[in-house]
Write a protein that binds this ligand. Structure first.
Ligand SMILES: Cc1cc2nc3c(=O)[nH]c(=O)nc-3n(C[C@H](O)[C@H](O)[C@H](O)COP(=O)(O)OP(=O)(O)OC[C@H]3O[C@@H](n4cnc5c(N)ncnc54)[C@H](O)[C@@H]3O)c2cc1C
Length: 556
């Protein structure tokens, strides 16, 4: 029987074991790692993409019964930068999104996940991997050396090795694949219990009122210059309220190193005293800090039977709660490559397409790094988030649900949209940057409270199932909304008869018309959405279309 060895029994290793067991039933899955090893855990907040994967794995009931619903990300953009000002423009979902997401208590989630993986007869070995010899065994299998807590050594062979060793990055170090991240990040976070959550209502929030859900059960994001703060409500093991609160900042923009609760409170007090008050109302559970924690690797996937997964591959900014969403994409990608390998049809071209898809995700990280420069600006940041949300709900999420991220041509097309730049060449992250700047210049009195509610214009409320035929329609809707939002922005400029304004008018007028034309063309000829046409057999997803990669129930 062919064998996959997963090194590292963290969340990525366990999820991979469960997926491989269900998706590749003819293969033996071995998960190697010591559960007694401590590692930093946040909260944590998931997005619709992540929980779609979890549900496919059969974890839906666990999420529903033991974790809180997350009714979207709520953005708090402060109107003036002084501690006295408690006025925020707040963007929150004006309705319940049809794809659910959850705020996880990762401590209890990881414990339950381990139990579930054990119930699925995954062979678990409680040991550390101390050496891997690639292509050392018979038939080019890999040889792993393990050491248990009792210092006993054993060896085993595997046809494929999946490195999920987290920040230890076993294979990246062994193969010297380390790559510096374009931008660094530092972070500090804490968990709190027995706090008074009504304190959060002591701000003045400019927002659309609704009666759809309790606004506390979201992931809260507060912004400031060079940093953002998360608050993730979660359910403790005994069913009580807990909350994870943390800051992520660009260390090149914030001199002060935040390593203690006192330093964190001091930083937050200056902009968001409501958070300090919330912390002081409760009981501290624990704290964690990481400095300059970003890294990447030069390569994540190979044709030689090794793959890097989760934090063993790269780290990222937790903005937008994307962390486990990367894992949810990588695991099926690794399974697709293994499936092809089993059938002798794995080609370097297919591996390259999936590799470039992952690289494109990191291009998004670079863009988010630039957000830090406008995070304290409710107008610029608000519009930036608006467009990022729109792309997620109209392009990224539908692509995931259909399984098109496993198709060679589709993965490549996605990668083309997001090329990587050096730090010096990094473009502005603002949508229509010159238009936004002109609004600011010509109409300085414009209040950020005039912004359209972020979600009502950007969420794809139609999306609830995997449907390949709908993807071009969603893309068409994206262009249509983009054109309408651009026109809305154009209306905010105080126009005058000047060459600069004439140029601006022409440029954005043409841009809006172009987007409308794209929207119309995609409606009339949806096939034009697929830039490279249908993939040849060797580049096709081995798991089919319309979400076949999560068609796991009958395989369980
Ligand atoms: C500040 C911050 C906030 C975040 N917020 C979110 C969020 O809101 N939402 C989200 O989805 N994600 C978030 N993430 C990301 C997410 O928490 C991580 O990506 C995820 O926990 C990584 O899991 P992992 O299994 O790859 O690594 P780990 O959890 O580190 O697991 C690796 C395992 O491998 C073991 N190991 C190491 N070396 C060996 C070896 N030689 N042999 C065997 N085992 C070994 C370790 O002991 C460990 O058990 C956040 C991350 C950070 C830093």
């Amino acid at each position: 029987m062919k064998r996959i060895a997963i090194m590292g029994a963290g969340v990525a290793g366990h999820l991979a074991a469960l997926y491989f067991k269900k998706r590749l039933p003819g293969v033996e899955v071995i998960l190697i790692g010591r559960p007694d090893r401590k590692r930093p855990i946040v909260g944590e907040s998931t997005v619709e993409l992540t929980t779609h994967f979890f549900k496919g794995l059969g974890l839906g009931r666990l999420l529903e019964e033991k974790h809180y619903h997350k009714y979207g990300l709520t953005y708090y953009l402060k109107l003036r930068h002084n501690p006295e000002c408690r006025n925020y423009v707040v963007h929150e979902a004006p309705g319940v999104i049809r794809m659910p997401a959850y705020n996880l208590n990762r401590f209890s989630f990881d414990k339950d996940l381990r139990q579930i993986v054990g119930d699925h007869q995954v062979h678990m070995i409680e040991a550390d991997v101390t050496a891997v010899d690639l292509n050392a065994g018979e038939h080019a299998t890999h040889l792993l050396t393990l050491r248990s807590a009792a210092d006993e050594q054993q060896q085993l062979t595997a046809d494929w090795v999946v490195d999920a060793t987290g920040r230890n990055r076993f294979m990246a170090k062994k193969l010297k694949l380390h790559k510096e991240a374009t931008y660094q990040r530092s972070t500090f976070w804490l968990r709190l219990k027995d706090f008074d959550r009504s304190i959060l209502s002591s701000i003045t929030a400019h927002k659309d009122k609704h009666h759809c859900y309790d606004p506390y059960y979201v992931t809260h994001h507060f912004y400031g210059k060079g940093y953002w703060i998360w608050m993730i409500p979660m359910r403790s093991d005994d069913g009580n309220e807990m909350i994870s609160i943390g800051i992520t900042y660009r260390p090149d923009m914030i001199e002060q190193k935040i390593s203690t609760l006192e330093a964190f409170k001091e930083k937050v007090m200056a902009d968001h005293p409501v958070i300090t008050e919330l912390i002081e109302s409760g009981q501290l559970v624990d704290t964690q800090a990481m400095h300059n924690y970003m890294y990447e690797a030069r390569q994540y996937y190979s044709t030689e039977g090794w793959f890097l997964l989760g934090d063993a591959a790269f780290t990222f900014d937790p903005a937008n709660s994307a962390g486990l969403a990367y894992v949810a994409q990588q695991i099926p990608q690794v399974a697709a490559m293994i499936e092809k390998d089993i059938h002798g049809s794995l080609t370097p071209a297919y591996v390259n397409c999936l590799e470039s898809h992952i690289q494109a995700q990191l291009a998004l990280q670079d863009t988010w790094s630039k957000w830090y420069e406008v995070m304290d600006d409710p107008f610029m940041m608000g519009w930036t988030l608006l467009f990022a949300n729109m792309a997620y709900f109209h392009v990224v999420l539908p692509m995931y649900m259909t399984g098109d991220f496993l198709d060679g041509h589709q993965a490549q097309q996605f990668a083309d949209l997001l090329p990587r730049y050096t730090r010096e060449m990094q473009p502005s992250p603002l949508p229509f940057a010159c238009l936004l700047q002109e609004i600011r210049r010509s109409n300085p009195g414009l209040s950020p409270t005039m912004m359209p509610n972020l979600y009502s214009r950007t969420i794809n409320f139609d999306l609830y199932k995997a449907d390949n035929r709908a993807r071009p329609i969603y893309a068409s809707n994206y262009y249509l909304r983009s054109a309408l939002l651009r026109v809305r922005l154009m209306k905010m400029v105080k126009w005058s008869l000047s060459t600069r304004h004439l140029r601006l008018l022409l440029r954005h007028g043409c841009g809006a018309v172009q987007d409308l034309a794209r929207a119309a063309v995609l409606r009339l000829r949806p096939s034009l959405f697929y830039k490279y046409g249908e993939s040849p057999e060797l580049l096709k997803s081995p798991f089919g279309k319309d979400g076949g990669f999560l068609d796991l129930v009958r395989r369980a």
